[in-house]
Design a protein around this ligand. Structure first.
Ligand code: HEM
Length: 501
């Protein structure tokens, strides 16, 4: 018996030592400590409240392995090297897919464009692309934003000016973009943005689902799987949020089907050009396909714009020189005609003329990319341009937030907000390849809503800046939230006052 125990102890010790040394040898990241059993997770959790800046410091030093606790499957190859990112997203696009782990974590997205690969992705991409690029869609978008600004944003901002109270501008944008995306995707405006700031369960449910997805990135898979099975903690919240969202989306699809059959009878259908209507007219899709398409577009087109607007306004409000230049450009281009010509809201052709504003938005997206990180899974073994080997099945993480703060791309002043870096000597916009300015992704899966985003952000930014002064309250500290979309943790606390024209 004694002999068996001795042999077992020796074998166990042998496995522990070889495992420990194997982990040491494969621990290629010099700044991360690989603790026995727990791997590098403690260091990550210890820095969770400042995770984006922590990873920026780590990844500036180079590409490397992140090793999670034993038996948790939390092992990643992490990089911000633009040449590696170019390789993953473009040159070897077919070898780096979203993969089954991604679909598992992003389960709420169903089989929508964000989560699927190969043929189903291509089908979704071509379909979305054909609907987005239609001129009538741009016209519909312009009209929707114009009406929302005139009929909701303006009265709310005027009300806030009259009240003189502190408001969370991120909440205002959240409501604005939620109404907008509902109008654009479903053709139905839930009126979240109004002076009584109503509680909207769907909007809250979206935020919850995104928070829970982020949580799945930072706890071992077996832990969140167990929580899901037991229906406790974040996973319980996730299930409830998804239930609320599904009920809402399915109700919209059912009512749209009814509308469409009525329109068919009355032959009045042509007036509707929202996304769901176009999709349903295109061909007969099942409800599941429509649900996933709607859900994916809601996440793609709502929080990203809220995030972009919130960080943009914080940066502009805290950089008075840049604000003065944006105002000057609008004055130079349109004089005092804005109010008269377009009821204070510029149209698509007009906002395209605002180069400095465009530069300021790019600068804000560089420093605070709404999607701060992405993951891909390798199908076959590969070698990254940095010389790091990739095994089949390896999960790669790359961090857009950190890439926007990389000295080798942006220079020594990379932490400063300088819209000028985007303005060429001839007064145009400086071209930066998308694998360096990565906010909209790069390669075949580049964001389909990039142009629509600039239109939307510019129309809103030009309207607010030319009509109101936004002052960040004293002592406010802008902290990124822990979510898959980079929002502000405590919102953006400001005071709004009307500008005298
Ligand atoms: C500032 C705003 C936006 C930013 C920064 C942004 C960024 C991104 C990024 C990083 C991706 C890649 C995500 C991934 O593969 O995991 C993406 C994909 C996508 N975006 Fe955007 N997005 C924005 C707005 C929009 C809008 C307004 C729409 C549409 C209404 C949109 C539609 C899409 C779609 C459909 C994809 C999937 C493309 C594919 O996988 O082929 N985005 N976006």
């Amino acid at each position: 018996m004694h002999g068996y125990a001795y042999a077992a102890a020796t074998i166990a010790a042998f496995f522990c030592i070889t495992h420990f040394f194997h982990r040491r040898l494969s621990c290629r990241h010099p700044l991360l400590t690989d603790y026995p059993i727990l791997g590098m997770l403690p260091q990550l959790l210890f820095n969770l409240s400042r995770v984006h800046d922590f990873l920026t410091e780590i990844l500036k030093v180079g590409t490397g392995d992140f090793t999670g606790p034993w038996f948790t499957n939390m092992n990643y190859l992490i990089t911000i090297d633009p040449i590696n990112v170019h390789h993953i997203l473009s040159k070897s696009f077919h070898n780096y897919v979203k993969g089954p782990h991604f679909r598992d974590i992003f389960q709420a997205f169903g089989d929508g464009i964000f989560t699927v690969d190969s043929e189903p992705w291509k089908y979704n991409r071509d379909l979305f692309h054909s609907l987005f690029k239609h001129k009538s869609f741009e016209v519909f978008l312009e009209k929707t934003i114009h009406n929302k600004v005139r009929n909701s944003l303006l009265p709310v901002l005027d009300y806030l000016h009259q009240q003189g109270c502190v408001v969370d501008l991120q909440d205002v944008f959240n409501r604005f973009t939620f109404d907008n995306i509902c109008s654009i995707v479903l053709g139905n405006d839930p009126s979240c943005l109004s002076i009584d700031f109503p509680e909207v369960a769907i909007e809250k449910a979206f935020n919850q689902a995104e928070e829970s997805i982020f949580y799945r990135h930072v706890v071992p898979r077996c832990v969140w799987k167990l929580q899901k099975w037991l229906q406790i903690g974040q996973e319980k919240k996730m299930t409830e949020a998804c239930k609320t969202l599904d009920q809402f989306i399915h109700a919209c699809i059912a009512s749209k089907r009814e509308d469409l059959s009525m329109y068919k009878e009355n032959e009045k259908g042509e007036a509707h050009v929202d996304f769901l209507t176009s999709l349903m007219r295109e061909e007969a899709h099942e409800d599941k396909f429509l649900r996933d398409a709607v859900f994916n577009l809601f996440v793609a087109g709502r929080d990203t714009i809220t995030s972009a607007l919130t960080w943009f306004f914080w940066l502009v409000a805290t950089n008075p020189l840049a604000e003065a230049k944006i105002l000057q450009e609008m004055k130079d281009k349109f004089g005092t005609n804005i109010e008269k010509s377009s009821l204070g809201v510029l149209n698509v052709e007009e906002v395209k003329k605002l180069v400095y504003l465009h530069g300021a938005i790019c600068e804000s997206l560089r420093l605070f990319p709404p999607i701060p990180f992405e993951r891909k899974q390798a199908i076959e073994a590969d070698m990254l341009p940095s010389g790091h080997g990739v095994d089949p099945g390896t999960t790669m993480l790359f961090f857009m937030y950190a890439m926007g703060r990389l000295e080798e791309i942006w220079g020594e002043d990379c932490l400063e907000f300088k819209p000028e870096r985007w303005i060429s000597q001839k007064g145009g916009i400086v071209y930066v390849p998308s694998y360096k300015f990565i906010a909209f992704n790069a390669g075949p899966r580049t964001c389909l809503g990039k142009d629509l985003s600039f239109i939307q952000i510019k129309m809103v930014a030009a309207f607010i800046l030319s009509n109101y002064r936004v002052q960040v309250v004293e002592g406010f500290v802008a902290t990124p939230s822990l979510s898959i979309v980079l929002l502000m943790k405590d919102g953006l606390k400001v005071k709004i006052t009307k500008r005298e024209h």
